[in-house]
Ligand binder design. Structure first.
Ligand code: PMV
Length: 348
């Protein structure tokens, strides 16, 4: 089928890993399984306009963020196009305009790669579906979108659906794959329904270590093999916890995962400390508050200084009060984002 031109828009969320992906092999294959909460409010909205062009010699595209031309985004997208070309035969037949915006402040230190790459992958899948008039099942569509998103940014493959997504082949979650994220297939205790994530923006600066550099630090890392094995163990423990609803044990796993991720960076060569003094202040305050109240507040971290504060919906009133009065002061310009577990991307 031939299509002269068209336009498609998707919004796709960010996600936060509970068991972390850190270390990859060639072709964006993860060294260990990971599992994440899909977020609800932190999203990228991308419109892809496509116009048939005369030659099919090279990629032709422009990128805009919030209406402003962004040539510095082009290399990343060019790399992505090169990786996915063999799976999307039309890529060199069209001129593309990528218009993108985020619901969270840019340069907030929040990685937009998961939401951004998944939104772009979904737009491309919509074109693929239009060109190949054979019916795509929703399952096939989502699976291939996740597969393509993975080739843009590993963690992006966990942003297509929700609310819990597993990526990386393992013996614990049936149907898991290294090639795409799958919906967590088992029942989850109601304690985790509408689980809250308040993101404290401690440091909004440029990432000190890009994730590509970060993953590569796991090559020849002295603790790598133990870490990869531990991720399987933690996923197995988490499976039991998600079923039983044991929030104390849940917090134990996610905090240990966050600190282990940072420990890997501190013990690699070269080594990095990605936490800031205020990251530690916040962690200590969370621990003291938890000790004093018995409330189920915990944290996780990405490869940066910001803190994701995780807690069950039913405790949100007291915990939000604590966050506002005790933690927000440690954020840059007192900035934070209220989010919660979400259900994946939508076409607009
Ligand atoms: O998707 P990447 O290559 O940017 O890697 C992100 C890795 C972490 O966010 C640190 C952990 C994870 O599993 O999301």
């Amino acid at each position: 089928k031939s299509v002269e031109q068209g336009k498609v828009t998707w919004e796709s969320p960010s996600n936060i890993a509970l068991v972390k992906y850190w270390g990859k092999k060639e072709h964006q294959i993860p060294e260990n399984p990971s599992i994440s909460f899909t977020l609800n409010n932190c999203k990228t909205i991308t419109t892809l306009t496509y116009t048939k062009k005369d030659n099919s010699n090279e990629f032709d595209f422009e990128v805009y963020l919030d209406g402003e031309k962004k040539d510095d985004f082009k290399p990343k997208i060019e790399t992505f196009f090169n990786r996915v070309e063999q799976y999307l035969s039309f890529l060199k037949d069209y001129k593309f305009v990528v218009e993108t915006q985020n619901t969270f402040p840019h340069s907030s230190g929040i990685a937009s790669s998961a939401s951004g790459m998944s939104a772009l992958a979904l737009c491309l899948m919509s074109i693929e579906k239009q060109l190949n008039s054979e019916k795509f099942s929703d399952e096939y569509f989502n699976q291939k979108a996740s597969f393509l998103a993975r080739l843009g940014s590993g963690s992006a493959c966990r942003s297509i659906e929700g609310d819990l997504i597993v990526w990386g082949k393992n013996n614990i979650v049936e149907g898991s794959s290294d090639l795409f994220g799958v919906k967590y297939p088992y029942g989850v205790h109601e304690n985790f329904k509408e689980y809250q994530d308040t993101i404290l923006l401690v440091d909004k600066g440029e990432k000190q270590v890009s994730s590509t550099v970060g993953h590569n630090l796991m090559y020849g890392h002295p603790y790598a093999q133990n870490r990869f094995a531990q991720a399987h163990e933690n996923l197995e423990k988490l499976k039991a916890i998600l079923e039983s609803g044991d929030l104390d044990k849940f917090i134990e796993i996610i905090e240990s995962e966050a600190l282990t991720l940072h420990a890997m960076m501190m013990t690699s060569m070269p080594y990095f400390i990605l936490m800031k003094p205020n990251t530690l202040e916040i962690i200590n305050k969370i621990w003291a508050f938890r000790e004093a109240t018995g409330l189920h507040i915990g944290f996780t971290l990405d490869a940066g200084a910001n803190v994701h504060v995780l807690y069950p919906k039913q405790e949100s009133e007291q915990i939000m009060e604590f966050i506002k009065s005790e933690l927000v002061g440690y954020c840059q310009n007192e900035q934070y984002i209220c989010d919660q577990i979400g259900f994946g991307a939508n076409q607009i």
